[in-house]
Design a protein around this ligand. Structure first.
Ligand code: ARG
Length: 476
């Protein structure tokens, strides 16, 4: 591709070292589509004669058809997918292929193909997250009357509804979807037409190219556009947080399947056995969701590290963007899907949860709240409730098993209704604040989640429409 300046080819070992062709062939589809748009624009602008432009477009379409049919041999000693594309086109149409690279560089070419890829993969990941959110919200709706201890410091804290607990993950994942959608807006910018760094010297209609490829905008600065990988950082960062949320939840599932917790039983289809111990049933899928999260974090750090020493403009370092981004998006999508399958095989054990909810004096705060309602300052009420807990602990009974006399020995403000007020059910229902764990508050959350899912669906429909735009180029 640059023979004129060189008397001998690159050392084969260094070609192998510098080549990205093994990995970036995944971009081929997008690179061909972007090339069709580019060739079309070159023809329309009269930069390349109509006949040649049409020959190029027809050749690219055949290439794409072969790629789709699985009959394209994607091989050869190429530095990357872009040089392969030009070589493969030359084999098909000969000399006119040499006009395709007019008014473009691999620098704006790779940025364009990569952005198309990231857009597509972002939509796929958002769709996977949406499916998990919906499945989780359904399980929450089904378990609205199950109560378990809420934990802080992994110690029994206050009783909550299982639905409330599950919805905590729904909201985490909802923010994840939001973040990906927000990052997508900044991926959705066309760099093509920036050339190597300075822009292009031909009247190609960049906005028209953007339209053909389904990009919302064109880049505003050719130096920035060719050296910018912020979009990959943002997308992988949002994906890393998905991985972290899934990992936290996976850790919890592992804990909950232990005999010590026993909150969850796993269906056989989502568990594994031991090669040695016949009795074992292990939560391997959850452990691997947890175990893969750090890989995604590593990919994010690799991207940030790749960028930090680079002056403006393109550097070959940027080629490292693809392995990191591919691996991050593949991993997170696979983990999200695995979590949905795992969830399907998770059987909650309400009896265990409800028994645990009653242990550990989890309604001690409600003793204090009771006194507050009788006019006692909270700090004092806290102190007196603490003494009630002491009495219950000494007798090894629950707070609602203490006699009214015991309560009155601590404060004359206690009346007979305190026994009912410190029950697990009353404690849960009293948390009727928006975002709280009362039945009504949790139902309101479920309604809100339904609305959010519909908003994500609208986005998915719109992005799918935009992503189908370049597909049209394949058919003509
Ligand atoms: N394989 C390269 C990459 O991924 C394509 C751009 C090469 N450009 C260059 N000037 N060497 O970044």
């Amino acid at each position: 591709m640059w023979g004129g300046r060189f008397a001998e080819p690159l050392d084969p070992d260094l070609l192998a070292f510098t080549s990205s062709f093994d990995g970036d062939r995944r971009l081929l589809r997008w690179d061909v589509l972007a090339s069709i748009a580019h060739a079309t624009a070159l023809g329309e602008a009269g930069v390349v004669a109509r006949g040649d432009a049409e020959a190029i477009v027809a050749g690219l379409r055949r290439l794409l058809a072969d790629l789709q049919a699985g009959t394209l041999a994607i091989q050869g000693d190429y530095e990357d997918v872009h040089s392969f594309l030009e070589g493969a086109l030359y084999e098909r149409i000969g000399v006119p292929a040499g006009r395709l690279h007019t008014a473009r560089s691999r620098n704006d070419q790779v940025a364009t193909a990569f952005r198309l890829f990231v857009k597509d993969q972002t939509a796929a990941l958002v769709s996977e997250i949406r499916a998990l959110i919906a499945a989780l919200a359904e399980r929450a709706a089904q378990s609205i009357d199950v109560i378990l201890p809420g934990f802080t410091h992994l110690q029994h804290a206050q009783p909550v509804r299982l639905a409330h607990h599950l919805l905590a993950y729904v909201w985490m994942l909802g923010r994840d979807a939001d973040r990906l959608i927000d990052a997508y807006r900044r991926v959705d910018v066309l760099p093509l037409g920036s050339g190597a760094i300075a822009g292009i010297a031909f009247p190609v209609d960049r906005k028209r190219v953007a339209e053909m490829l389904g990009f919302s905008r064109i880049s505003e600065n050719s130096i920035d556009a060719t050296g910018d990988r912020d979009f990959a950082v943002e997308t992988v960062s949002a994906a890393a947080l998905v991985a972290i949320h899934l990992s936290r939840w996976a850790e919890e599932i592992v804990l909950w399947t232990t005999d010590e917790f026993g909150f969850v039983a796993l269906a056989d289809r989502v568990a594994t056995g031991s090669s040695l111990m016949p009795q074992k049933k292990n939560p391997d899928p959850a452990e691997l969701i947890r175990g893969r999260a750090p890989r995604v974090m590593g990919n994010l750090v690799a991207l940030l590290g790749m960028l930090k020493g680079l002056p403006a403009g393109y550097h070959r370092d940027l080629q490292e963007d693809k392995p990191a981004t591919f691996d991050a998006l593949d991993t997170v999508r696979a983990c999200t899907r695995a979590m949905r399958m795992l969830l399907d095989g998770v059987q909650f054990v309400p009896k265990k949860m409800e028994a645990a909810a009653g242990r550990g004096w989890t309604t001690a705060t409600d003793v204090a709240d009771y006194l507050v309602r009788k006019g006692v300052p909270f700090r004092e009420a806290h102190e007196q409730a603490g003494r009630i807990v002491q009495r219950a602990a000494a007798k090894d009974v629950a707070l609602w098993e203490l006699s009214l006399n015991e309560y009155r020995a601590v404060s004359p403000k206690f009346d007979a209704d305190v026994i009912q007020a410190v029950s697990v059910e009353a404690a849960v229902e009293s948390k009727d604040s928006p975002g709280g764990t009362s039945r009504r508050a949790v139902q309101a959350q479920l309604t809100a989640v339904g609305e959010r899912i519909r908003a994500v669906d609208d986005w998915l429909t719109a992005s799918a429409r935009a992503l189908r735009v370049p597909e049209g180029l394949a058919a003509g």
